[in-house]
Ligand binder design. Structure first.
Ligand code: AMP
Length: 216
């Protein structure tokens, strides 16, 4: 299964991507994670991307598209993957179609997680991330065993700069302006499945499992 996850930051894309990646045993490709890794590693791409990420605006299409292209070429894309956070605009959607065409494959389904602004702000402002391994926690919904310490590697948990309230509002605005066109784009291609992003992770997964089992 080749899946794209669409939705605002905080709609639960990352969480569902991890769950679906386990269910279908396919790789999870998150452009946010790839970019943050490049920033941590201080690569030239990471240095260029940092100022955009910190402001909550989109990194230029050519940089992100190159990351995705390299990743899709490195895996066996025809066997399936979950793309999380890409595409974020129509140009990127056209780019992913072209990359997949070169790899003789296509997208099967686009899952749209639609969440209210209240949910988004609650999720993002409470999110904490491990500064060493990048694993996410939430102060209320998914607290670590020891406050401020990563369960996975013992690293220190921090709040992402772009999860501060002023940047969250910017990110929602960026999403509204650019990503909503994508919903229309994939609706026209009859590949879109909408699921409420206000549900708990378990309930959203149950809905998705029902949807995918009906396809068989
Ligand atoms: P995320 O973790 O998906 O919320 O992404 C964090 C930040 O990375 C975004 O606010 C953007 O600055 C950047 N980013 C992630 N994916 C993309 C993309 N497809 N296009 C442009 N910028 C992106």
């Amino acid at each position: 299964m080749r899946i794209i996850l669409l939705g605002s930051p905080g709609a639960g894309k990352g969480t569902q991507a991890v769950l679906l990646s386990k269910k279908f045993n396919i790789p999870h490709i998150s452009t946010g994670d790839l970019l943050r890794q490049a920033v941590r590693n201080e690569t030239s791409l990471g240095k260029e991307a940092k100022s955009y990420i910190d402001r909550g605006v989109l990194v230029p299409d050519n940089l992100v598209t190159l990351l995705v292209e390299n990743k899709l070429e490195a895996i066996d894309a025809g066997k399936g993957f979950i793309l999380d956070g890409f595409p974020r605009n129509i140009q990127q959607a056209i780019a992913v179609d072209a990359i997949l065409k070169k790899l003789s494959t296509v997208i099967d389904w686009v899952i749209y997680l639609k969440a209210s602004e209240e949910t988004i702000i609650q999720r993002l402002s409470g999110r904490r991330v491990c500064k060493d391994c990048g694993v996410n926690f939430h102060i209320k919904n998914l607290p670590p065993k020891n406050e401020g310490i990563c369960d996975n590697c013992g690293g220190r948990l921090i709040q992402r700069d772009d999860d501060k309230l002023s940047t969250i509002k910017n990110r929602i605005k960026t999403y509204e302006q650019q990503t909503k066109d994508l919903v229309e784009y994939y609706q026209k291609k009859e590949k879109l499945k909408e699921v409420s992003g206000d549900l708990s992770a378990e309930d959203a997964l149950t809905q998705l499992e029902k949807f995918f089992s009906c396809l068989k």
